[in-house]
Design a binder for this molecule. Sequence first.
Ligand code: SF4
Length: 295
Amino acid sequence: MQIQIAEYAGFCYGVKRATQILDDVIEKSVKSEQILAYTLGPIIHNQHVTQYYEKKGIKVIENIQDFIDNRRDSEKLIIRSHGAPKRVYDMAAQYGIPLIDATCPYVKKIQNTVSSYHLKGYNIIVVGDSSHPEVIGINGWCDDQATIIKTLSDIEKIEETAKPTCIVAQTTFNIGLWEKIVDELSKILLNSIVKNTICLATTQRQDACKTLAANVDLMIVVGDRHSSNTKKLVEVCSDVVKTIHIETKDDLNVSKLIGNVKIGVTAGASTPDWIIQSVILKIENEGEVFFDGKS
Ligand code: SF4
């Protein structure tokens, strides 16, 4: 049995930056306080990471009104890596709440783009998942006026028009599907500006896992079930080879790997190293028992 790890796997720039911001809050705070800060929604999509920070005094709160109603002066409010709608910043300013902004700079750039094109009178289309916090946040920078499409069939919602339109993507969208959707949209939107805002970390991870998947018997994708970029890696790998999606080593039944000589491993951008390493260790240690030297 051989284990190969994708060239790009695990924490991306934006996630490292967001967790570093939390580490700084913890380091600078008075240790006796039980709650140091709240993040507006999970800081990243990995429940093991949020549980780790919860023990250190950083809790998750789902809306800013709850924070306003219950806050103590010393507690801070942190914007998650996926960003937040403009109205959150407006409310914070109105109530004098200092924000710590952990929005990934790539997401911030999309927010600025849709805001400026919306102000210029453009229609906005976001290619992504309407229920994902990043997309909800982006839409909140163009007065919630964006049309959000996720599939080729969603294009039926769009009418042919010469009105200027700006098209952006959720940072973690499937690259192949984005290209197909943009091709179709350009046939009916006669005056559109296309901004490919899929971030480099997503492109690198999807390309690397596709290459690896073509050279192994089975792929294991490690990442939280709520993580959009992890789900995209599962989609990309599944198109090429049999693929298993797990959150941690506990989800992995090593006996199910029997019959596969080459195992590829990749991980979503919000999966910490310690989880990836524990999966690899489990395959190496328990794999020997099941494979009994036959690999
Ligand atoms: S996947 Fe890209 S956009 Fe999302 S946090 Fe990472 S670097 Fe930022």
